[in-house]
Design a protein around this ligand. Structure first.
Ligand SMILES: C[S@@+](CC[C@H](N)C(=O)[O-])C[C@H]1O[C@@H](n2cnc3c(N)ncnc32)[C@H](O)[C@@H]1O
Length: 249
C-alpha cells in the first residue's frame, strides 16, 4: 500500500535512446513529442521542467535591458508554459508555441485561466503570419536542445519573429571556446560563441550579453538581449535548411 502523501515518481525517460533513435533517422526534433507523451502528465519526468519561469526571464522582466515598444510577446519552444504564463500575468499579449503537441496541450491545461494563444509550430517552418509580429521574443533553452545541423536555421527564424524595434531575449548554454563545444556530448548541446553571430545575420543588433563565470566544464548559461533596428523588417530567411549554410552570401 502506498504511504499517504507519497507521490510515486515516474521513471525518468531514457533521453539518450530517444535522441539517438530520432537523430539516426534524420529527424532532429522528433524526440520531444515521445518524451512529453511518455511523461504522462508528470513534470518530474521532463528533465528540463522546473514548473517555474526561468529566473533569467523574471529578472529581465523586472529590470529590462530595453523596454519593448508594444505588448505582443512570443515564447519559442514553450515546453510546459511557465515563461509564457509569467509574461501573460505581466500584461503581455502572449503567443507560445512548441513542436510537441503534448507539451502545448499540457501547458494549456496548466494555465487554462490565462489568455494565451498556444500553438503547435516548428520553429524551422514558421508560418509567415508570425514573422515580424512580436515586440518581445523569448527563447529559453530551445536552440541548445537542437543538434548543430539545424541550429543556424532555428536562430535565424527566432530573429525573424521580431518586429522592427522588437527585442529578443535568448537564454542558452555557451562554451568558452569552440573546441569545448565541438567535444560536448548533448543534449543539451552547448553553443560555440561564434554560432551566436547568426542572430546578427538575421538583422538583430546585440544590446547585452550577461552570464556568470563559466563552470568547471567551460560552459555557462548566458542571457543575450538583441533588438531589430527600427525600419528593418525581417525578410526572407538568411539561412538555408539542414547544414545551416548561408544561401544569400
Ligand atoms: C529544453 S526544452 C525547454 C523548454 C522551455 N523553454 C523551458 O525552458 O522549460 C526545449 C523545448 O523546445 C521544443 N522544441 C524543440 N525543437 C523545436 C522546434 N523545432 N520548434 C519548436 N519547439 C521546439 C521542445 O519540444 C521543448 O519543449
Amino acid at each position: 500500500m502506498a504511504r499517504q502523501g507519497f507521490r510515486r515518481r515516474r521513471r525518468p525517460p531514457d533521453v539518450r535512446a530517444l535522441v539517438d533513435q530520432h537523430l539516426g533517422a534524420g529527424d532532429p526534433t522528433g524526440w520531444f513529442e515521445p518524451l512529453y507523451a511518455g511523461a504522462g502528465d508528470d513534470a518530474d519526468a521532463v528533465p528540463w521542467a522546473g514548473s517555474v519561469p526561468h529566473p533569467y526571464v523574471t529578472d529581465w522582466l523586472d529590470d529590462p535591458v530595453a523596454t519593448p515598444s508594444g505588448s505582443r510577446a512570443v515564447v519559442v519552444g514553450c515546453g510546459l508554459g511557465d515563461d509564457a504564463a509569467e509574461l501573460a500575468r505581466r500584461g503581455y499579449e502572449v503567443t507560445a508555441f512548441d513542436v510537441s503537441p503534448t507539451a502545448v496541450a499540457w501547458a494549456q491545461r496548466r494555465f487554462a485561466d490565462l489568455d494565451i494563444s498556444w500553438r503547435v509550430e516548428d520553429v524551422l517552418e514558421l508560418p509567415d503570419e508570425l514573422l515580424g509580429a512580436f515586440d518581445l521574443v523569448i527563447e529559453v533553452r530551445t536552440v541548445q536542445s537542437l543538434p548543430g545541423v539545424v541550429r543556424d536555421a532555428a536562430m535565424d527564424a527566432i530573429g525573424r519573429l521580431a518586429a522592427p524595434k522588437g527585442v529578443v531575449v535568448v537564454v542558452t548554454l555557451v562554451a568558452t571556446d569552440t573546441d569545448i563545444a565541438r567535444a560536448w556530448q548533448g543534449p543539451p548541446w552547448v553553443q560555440a560563441p561564434s554560432e551566436l553571430a547568426v542572430y546578427r545575420g538575421s538583422g538583430l543588433v546585440r544590446l547585452a550579453l550577461e552570464h556568470p563565470e563559466p563552470d568547471e566544464h567551460g560552459a555557462m548559461e548566458v542571457r543575450i538581449t538583441w533588438q531589430r533596428p527600427e525600419g528593418t523588417p525581417p525578410t526572407e530567411a538568411s539561412i538555408g535548411g539542414p547544414g545551416g549554410l548561408p544561401i544569400h552570401g
